[in-house]
Design a protein around this ligand. Structure first.
Ligand code: NAP
Length: 307
């Protein structure tokens, strides 16, 4: 099982909770912040692409909740020829077939399934621009999404088709946290590059929002405690651009003036979403939560990474 470090756990959640992908960037923080009767198999103990293994595991553990953080998350990797458009590729098998296997194995009367998803299910293009509200329909045209985004959108459709009004989906985007050893997030990666003197030019005209992972975990805990169903967003309450947030964050951490290069999206517009981001008003209202602005998130992370 994945080692759970719950030193910071501020609250114990009721029920038996099967956490898939609990070693990842987002899931591991959820397990640090909340205590409870968690079952957290590693990928070798439970590979979600194996339908028989999934069925047996769920039958044995009888979880009250399943939170699915497990995913193929390498967006550029999903664009490689061996992945893109391939139903025998890792990305499709984990993100779509994995979710199908879980849905096939669970009894929704006994187990509340929560799927973690992304704003990349939306195109971010000028003909369907964000920021997107919770009820905005995910893009169906795979040519308008990355392959990763398309597989996550297909997974959402599976969840909604199978569970109907019982479906629960939490979307996040660019999840960030103060400390995580296994990979660098949307703010930590450019900070590391800046320190090497190697930071890439930052887009001035790409609209984004970001997710403070601690707040996404709080939203998730509220979903579990209130047994809420539906589609939720956890993200900053406002939007920004890379050229605005990244130098701001670096300046807060380094405490010095920061010089960075900028550029418009230009030729990259086909590859990256220009009008992305998630709206959070409905989630804030339903869960009684307030999400921070991007500046508040950057300030808090800079403070935490200095300690
Ligand atoms: N990171 C982002 O920028 C981002 C943005 C928006 C939404 N999301 C969504 O948020 C969720 C969590 O993302 P993350 O960044 O925390 O992901 P991550 O760090 O890449 O972790 C993914 C987890 O899934 C596990 N996993 C992969 N394949 C598996 C399989 N076949 N069976 C069982 N477990 C498997 C991995 O196990 P190993 O550690 O053993 O490989 C890992 O624990 C995902 O649903 C993702 O789509 C992420």
């Amino acid at each position: 099982m994945v080692k759970v470090d719950a030193r910071e756990a501020k609250e114990k959640l009721d029920g038996r909770i099967l956490v898939l992908g609990g070693g990842g960037l987002v899931g591991s923080r959820f397990l640090e912040l909340y205590g409870g009767d968690f079952v957290v198999p590693s990928k070798t103990e439970l590979d979600i692409t194996d339908p028989e293994e999934v069925r047996r595991f769920i039958e044995e553990q009888k979880p009250d909740f399943i939170i699915n953080f497990a995913a193929y998350t390498n967006v550029s990797g999903s664009e490689r020829p061996e992945e893109k458009g391939k139903k025998d590729g890792q990305c499709w098998r984990i993100n779509v077939e994995g979710v199908r296997n879980i849905l096939d194995a669970l009894d929704p009367k006994n187990t509340h399934f929560i799927q973690i998803s992304t704003d990349m299910v939306f195109s971010g293009k000028v003909d369907d621009p964000g920021p997107y509200s919770e009820d905005h329909p995910p893009e169906k045209d795979e040519t308008k999404l990355t392959w990763y985004g398309f597989t996550k959108a297909e997974a959402e459709r599976l969840v909604l088709n199978k569970l109907g009004d019982d479906a629960t989906i939490l979307r996040i985007n660019y999840p960030v946290r103060a400390k995580y050893n296994r990979k660098l997030d949307y703010l930590q990666a450019p900070l590391a590059k800046y320190r090497e003197g190697n930071l890439w030019p930052l887009f001035t005209d790409q609209q984004i929002s970001i997710t403070f992972i601690d707040e996404a975990c709080e939203a998730l805990a509220r979903v579990v405690k209130g047994k809420y169903r539906g589609i939720f967003h956890a993200a900053s309450s406002d939007i920004t651009t890379p050229y605005e947030i990244i130098p701001y964050f670096i300046r807060e951490v380094e405490g010095t003036e920061v010089k960075v290069q900028s550029r418009p999206l230009g030729d990259f517009e086909g590859r990256y979403a220009k009008y992305a981001g998630l709206r959070v008003e409905e989630t804030q209202r339903r869960l009684g939560i307030r999400f921070s602005t991007w500046k508040e998130i950057a300030d808090e992370l800079a403070k935490q990474s200095r300690t």
